[in-house]
Structures are given as structure tokens and as C-alpha cells.
Design a protein around this ligand. Sequence first.
Ligand code: SAH
Length: 233
Amino acid sequence: MNAWSATVLTLFPEMFPGPLGISLLGKALEKNLWSLDVRDIRQHGLGKHRTVDDTPAGGGPGMVMRADVAAAAIDAVERQGRPLIYLSPRGTPLTQGRTRALSEGPGAVLFCGRFEGLDQRVIEARQIEEISIGDFVLAGGEIAAMALIEAAVRLLPGVLGDAASIEEESFSSGLLEYPHYTRPQSFEGRTIPEVLNNGNHKEIARWRRAQAEHLTSERRPDLWANRQKGQKP
Ligand code: SAH
């Protein structure tokens, strides 16, 4: 089987691998546990200046990425069964569930927008899925693509040392994670909760569970409500 592979379409290929080449993900990249293929959209730009954008139809500020240029860049990629995704603030918010599904597939082809975004017609014509990484606006899709790749790749077998840590962490069970502590035993007068020192693993698990539930209901009533409804995270 081929390793999980990401193809990124961007106007700034020099941004990659950037943070994706560091630490555990970087080592996994070296070991070919996943692969990264970065394509410069400008190679499909028009004319001497390799133009990729134009003024918005109907007027208004900024520039829009041209449908024909974007389509040429997209069509030059071998999809190999991978979903085609446009990182966009208007997209479906990325969740751990979607991230896990992506990590279990063959990879992803990610189109990074710039300027005001991409001409609507290419989104429709190529049936591009739109994914947002949150309700805020970035200057471009590159950091969003990196966030998606990092979240998916860390779930691949062999990338993180300890698979159990993935099972327990925030969102995996629809709950935020319980708080962590380590040495020293006392920090500025604050001690580690007593239960964590007593070696009773059942009791520790019960305490952590209660903490996770409390945190989730306090901080994320939305997640908590989904959980009460029995919805999968
Ligand atoms: N005018 C657009 C914003 C464009 S931001 C709007 O109001 O919807 C430029 C590019 O950054 C977008 O094309 C997209 O690729 C990327 N981007 C910005 N915010 C993002 C987010 N929250 N999630 C994913 N991509 C985002």
C-alpha cells in the first residue's frame, strides 16, 4: 500500500514543508510514512507574468483567483482516489472525526486560496469540498492546509510514539481532555491532586473522566450537548 499522501496547490510553495518538516511529523516524512507533494499554482498562470488572479466581477475590493488557472492546476494532479479540498472560511468546520476519516483514506489534494478567494465556478465544476479550520479569516489557505495535514498525519500508524495517547485525548471521545500534571510535586505552592499520587488506577481513571466531563460541560456546551444526544464526535 502507498503511504498517505498530500498534494498541496499553492502560490507559495516555499512555505512547505515548514512546520510539517519538524519533530515527529518531519521524521515520519523522512521515513516515508507519509509524503508531501507541493505544486506551484503560478506555473499554470497566464501570459508573460503568469497571472493567476483578476478583479472581482461586480466590483469591490481585492482580487479573485481565476477559475481557468485553478482548474489547470487541479487537473494536472493525479487524484489517486484522494478527496479534493479547498481550504475556505466558508467551508464545513474541520472536526477530529473528519480528520480521522481523512487519515484513514489515501491522503488529500489541498487547494490553498489567496486574495479574496477562488472563482465559484471552479469550486462547482470540480466539485471541490470546502473545509474551514475555524471561524476566523487567514490571509491564505497554506496554514489551514498545514493544520489539516498535521492533524491527519499524527493519527497515522507509527507517527506518534504512543498510540494510547491518541485514544484518550481531546475530542476522541467527544470530551475535552482532563488536566495534566508532572514534577515537581509542588509548584509555587500548588500541589498535584492527591488522587494522582495514590497509584489506584481505577480511581485515577474515574477522576480523570469526571474532570473531562466537567471541563467539557463548562467550556464547550456544544460538544456536551452532542454527547448527551449520543452523537459521534
Ligand atoms: N474573502 C474571503 C476570505 C479570503 S482569505 C471570505 O471572506 O470568505 C484568503 C484565503 O485564505 C481563502 O481563499 C482560503 O483559502 C484561506 N482561508 C482564510 N481563512 C480560512 C479558514 N478559516 N479556514 C480555511 N482557509 C482559510
